[in-house]
Design a protein around this ligand. Structure first.
Ligand SMILES: *Cc1c(COP(=O)(O)O)cnc(C)c1O
Length: 391
């Protein structure tokens, strides 16, 4: 990318970052370089020479293009790719924390990361303390001499608490700890993690970056403070992402700038409609003025994506099942970030250990896809009829 006096717009970065048609006979996208062996012209090049690509696991033009693009978007020193979003989360944690170390985890964290902390991380001698995601600078009181990282996920992907990342980063850096953030929800389009003090910014590119629910991939982008450690650990662990998957992710990235605003617009419209429904106790969407952390969202984020939750009025569980079972356009699914709308229900009470979940109704999480929002509203309206019938 050229550096100019006026900063390059995000949509231009999305279109051009990591792109090098001249390296591929003018073809706009890098072809898929499927390969393990890379050969050298002579022994001198093989043993000392700076040949750009040396072996399949260490990178190829597909992975280089995606890493360059993500680093540019994130404002990162460098980026590594992992075979899934979860493996990117774990790679970031193990880059920052080792045996006899301590990590601080938000109580709202993505479930499989919690599972890792209570099983494999424990076996490796890593201690975890869960904290209220809304703690902000108060996190200082939880620091121990061996605290090596603060993990953050803002907003939490079921309950949507926002975290005061700059306040947490200020404390962490003063205490020589790294800040990890799962930035899957906002992506660097709507939250600049590294500029807000994050050292290891993780994304499940599986979600919005890919955008079409057809592959899994994770990215970890590092600040200058963390890059050498990340690069080295990722290499040692033998992490690798398939060039076929990387090509799909790069293709998705090119259209993020038109998809994400549409997810945002439709989701906000549906969230506001839900706020007017008598079946709904509260809507949990950071972009709504009613959200407890709306001020943080206004201060730090430049947008919202398509994932949010609402809590129903107290009702028998059959009411919410009946609502969700027969929706026409919302499917039942765990993932999100694709073009299609999804719904699920979960109970935060069953997983929390550091905070209470006081809502009496059922939590329903929606991913608003790229369908016409009027059809989605009509679908939910029919669902509420079924909800009321069982109430
Ligand atoms: C889905 C998800 C992940 C894990 O991504 P996978 O590619 O499914 O492994 C991590 N964090 C969040 C917030 C997610 O929603």
């Amino acid at each position: 990318m050229q550096s100019k006096t006026c900063p390059t717009g995000i949509d231009t970065i999305l279109s051009h970052a990591g792109s090098s048609p001249n390296d591929h006979h003018g073809f706009v996208n890098p072809p898929v370089y499927r390969g393990s062996t890379v050969v050298f012209p002579d022994v001198e090049t093989m043993t000392r020479g700076p040949q750009r690509y040396q072996y399949g696991r260490l990178g190829n033009p597909n992975t280089a293009a995606l890493c360059d693009a993500i680093s540019t978007l994130e404002g990162a020193e460098g980026t590594v790719l992992c075979p899934s979003g979860l493996s990117a989360c774990i790679t970031a944690i193990l880059t920052a924390v080792g045996a006899n170390g301590h990590v601080l985890m938000p109580d709202s964290v993505y479930g499989p990361v919690r599972h890792f902390c209570s099983t494999a991380a424990q076996r490796l001698g890593i201690e975890t303390t869960y904290y209220d995601p809304r703690i902000g600078g108060g996190i200082e009181s939880l620091f121990r001499p061996n605290t090596m990282a603060v993990y953050t996920e803002s907003p939490g992907s079921h309950t949507f608490e926002l975290q005061d990342i700059p306040a947490i980063a200020e404390v962490a850096h003063r205490c020589n700890a790294l800040v990890i953030m799962d930035n899957t929800w906002a992506t660097p389009m709507y939250f600049k993690a590294i500029a807000h003090g994050v050292d290891l910014s993780v994304m499940a590119a599986t979600k919005y970056i890919t955008g079409h629910s057809d592959t899994l991939l994770g990215t970890v982008a590092a600040s200058s403070r963390a890059w050498d450690r990340l690069k080295d650990f990722h290499f040692q662990m033998g992490q690798y992402a398939s060039p076929d998957d990387v090509a799909l992710v790069l293709r998705g990235l090119r259209t993020l700038g038109v998809r994400l605003p549409r997810h945002q617009e439709s989701a906000l419209r549906i969230a506001k409609w839900l706020e007017s429904r008598e079946e709904v106790a509260r809507v949990i969407h950071p972009g709504l003025p009613s959200h407890r952390d709306h001020a943080v969202w206004l201060r730090d984020f430049s947008g919202a994506s398509g994932l949010f939750s609402f809590v129903t009025r107290p009702a028998p569980v059959e009411a919410v099942h009946s609502m969700l079972n027969d929706l026409s356009y919302f499917s039942l699914g765990y993932s999100w970030g694709g073009f299609e709308s999804l719904a699920m229900t979960m109970d935060p009470k069953t997983v929390r250990t550091a905070t209470n979940w006081d809502d009496q109704g059922h939590l329903v999480r929606l991913h608003i896809g790229l369908e016409d929002p009027r059809d989605l509203i009509a679908d939910l309206e029919e669902g509420f009829k079924r909800f009321r019938a069982k109430h």
